[in-house]
Design a protein around this ligand. Structure first.
Ligand SMILES: Cc1cc2nc3c(=O)[nH]c(=O)nc-3n(C[C@H](O)[C@H](O)[C@H](O)COP(=O)(O)OP(=O)(O)OC[C@H]3O[C@@H](n4cnc5c(N)ncnc54)[C@H](O)[C@@H]3O)c2cc1C
Length: 466
């Protein structure tokens, strides 16, 4: 059943010729993302449903959908592949889900830059750029199917961030083309700093039609796993590797035992009871890398040419970032996760401290990234699940220890990673979505503005503020 006053007939007629799905199974499938990662979000978001899913295949069709929804005052939630893990793509207030996965042309690629339509899969964008000897600077571990528009609007970091920082760092995003949510939709090109202002805003301030990213030189990569009897030794090696400027690598992650126990596809490789560091090393750096691993007391237990036949079945990248969480959740244990930021310089000391304070309540997983020129780590630990009260207590205690938390158990833009209101989000939304129809309920500052409230707690983070 649709929402009683949903103008289905008027929309159907305005969208004649554009693919529309209204069967309950399709609406359910395309109203979900990976919010179920969080037991808290699962309880709150189960059952939230679009009234209609629309799948435009061209930018002209997107424009027609947007105009029709704006005229009818219908909420519209854009969607790429739906791999966001905070319910970003869940239509809280029903309405239309705008599935952009058919808008997938790679428009052009040249040395150093690529421009693609928002629904292009990141893996397909990479195939095109590699033809020219270039690759994307960073990829989320969902790169196989996730869209470039979804990564820009919902993600922000990934494999390659040890070299290029987060996506929001100036120079990574070159520009975006956005469409306003109005009866007469306007196309606006945002460049440079302005393009960052729309980033990681869950699509509340414009429908992204095209994304332009800077690229890195493409290299032949060897996927490697180094095994350590001790997790702190693994973390220290990961840090040293990150700081070894002459060794070219992409992605560095450290996984504390027993987390690797849940990595079934790697079960014949991993050593019982040992923690591991995973990375991709450029072919020409392999020798220096092995020397570094040996000096740190690690054993290289896996080295796989990422281009070898069969290597594409599952890549090591699909054990990094939140893929590690996915493997842990699939193991069926009562666990959940957190997303942490460690201050540069103190990160390894805090990693040790957390193990000492929480014992086996927290199993650590670290991703090493470059922040303002220095290597530190993000944490995506697996946390034993008791209930929300205990999880919030753990979060408070972690903050007291000096660790920054990007709460993955909320769908609000400001309450998750950003932790502060970006006034530009609200200004851009006012210009691009004056009626507040885009992905409603996700931007706290907008809802507070509508209620006439002023100010929300502001907390600055060097990691996540957009
Ligand atoms: C197992 C797993 C691993 C992950 N690993 C990473 C990681 O390494 N790094 C990382 O950053 N994230 C990661 N994520 C989160 C997510 O996969 C990425 O952010 C991904 O890039 C989202 O792409 P998508 O196409 O699935 O977007 P969706 O989930 O469909 O959309 C994400 C958000 O953007 C909005 N949106 C999508 N397209 C548009 C558009 N064209 N215009 C306006 N708004 C739009 C949606 O409304 C939604 O709010 C992970 C998630 C999972 C489940």
């Amino acid at each position: 059943m649709q929402t009683p006053d949903f103008p289905i007939a008027a929309l159907r007629s305005a969208l004649e010729g554009i693919a529309c799905l209204d069967a309950p199974a399709d609406r359910t499938r395309l109203s979900r993302d990976f919010y179920w990662f969080s037991p808290i979000l699962k309880e709150q978001l189960d059952g939230k449903l679009a009234d209609l899913v629309v799948q435009p295949a061209t930018q002209e069709e997107v424009l027609r959908v947007v105009a029709a929804c704006a005229r009818a005052g219908v909420a519209l939630t854009p969607r790429g592949l739906g791999t966001g893990n905070y319910g970003q793509a869940v239509p809280l207030r029903g309405g239309v889900v705008l599935d952009l996965s058919r808008l997938k042309q790679v428009l052009w690629a040249k040395p150093g830059a690529v421009r693609a339509e928002a629904g292009a899969r990141l893996s397909e964008v990479d195939i095109e750029t590699r033809k020219l000897g270039w690759e994307q600077r960073m990829l989320p571990s969902t790169f196989r199917g996730a869209t470039i528009g979804g990564f820009y609007c919902g993600g922000g970091v990934g494999i390659g961030s040890n070299n290029y920082g987060m996506l929001k760092e100036p120079g990574n995003v070159l520009g975006v083309k956005a469409l306003s949510m109005e009866a007469e939709p306007r196309v606006v090109e945002y460049r440079g700093r302005e393009a960052i202002d729309l980033h990681h805003a869950y699509g509340v301030n414009g429908i992204i039609l095209e994304v332009e990213f800077a690229l890195a030189p493409a290299l032949p990569w060897i996927e490697c796993i180094v095994s350590f009897a001790d997790f702190n030794a693994a973390a220290a090696f990961a840090q040293t590797l990150g700081e070894s400027d002459g060794i070219v690598k992409k992605g560095i992650s450290a996984h504390q035992w027993p987390l690797p126990k849940s990595y079934r596809p790697l079960k014949d490789v991993l050593r019982e009871g040992e923690s591991v560091v995973m990375t991709l090393v450029a072919e020409h750096s392999e020798e220096a890398f092995r020397e570094l691993a040996r000096a740190a007391g690690g054993a290289v237990i896996y080295a796989n040419d990422a281009r070898a036949p069969g290597a594409k079945k599952i890549t090591l990248q699909e054990f990094m970032w939140n893929h590690a969480t996915l493997h842990a959740l699939r193991a069926g244990e009562p666990v959940t996760y957190l997303q942490l930021g460690y201050p540069q310089g103190r990160n390894l000391e805090l990693v040790k401290r957390i193990s000492a304070v929480f014992g086996d309540e927290i199993v650590q997983h670290l991703e090493f990234i470059r922040v303002q020129g220095r290597i530190t780590c993000s944490g995506l630990p697996i946390v034993r699940w008791h209930d929300e009260a205990r999880l919030r207590a753990v979060m408070r205690q972690l903050e007291e220890e000096g660790v920054y938390i990007a709460d993955p158990h909320t769908w609000m833009v400001e309450d998750g990673g950003k932790k502060s209101i970006n006034p530009r989000h609200v200004e851009i939304k006012a210009a691009m979505d004056p009626a507040g129809l885009l992905n409603p309920g996700k931007l706290r500052a907008w809802d507070e503005r509508a209620r006439g409230a002023t100010g929300t707690e502001q907390r600055k983070s060097i990691f996540w503020d957009g």
